[in-house]
Design a protein around this ligand. Structure first.
Ligand SMILES: [Zn+2]
Length: 67
């Protein structure tokens, strides 16, 4: 697992808290994996929730029913 954060993600963010948040989100999206299925990645979502969530595209598809 890659532990160094990509500070380049914080470019354009002036607030230290915003920069930290952006870098952490980028690391999360790149390094986390789904706890519910073998999917190796999560997708970042910004719905109506002000808090950024990460969803597994596979698990989300499963929850949405068969299509
Ligand atoms: Zn999943």
């Amino acid at each position: 697992m890659q532990l160094d954060l990509n500070v380049l993600l914080a470019d354009g963010y002036k607030s230290p808290s915003q920069r930290a948040r952006r870098v952490t989100e980028g690391w999360f999206a790149g390094q986390m994996y789904c706890p519910a299925c073998p999917s190796p990645r999560l997708e970042q979502t910004r719905g109506s929730n002000p808090v950024v969530d990460f969803l597994c595209p596979d698990a989300n598809r499963n929850r949405g029913g068969k299509k």
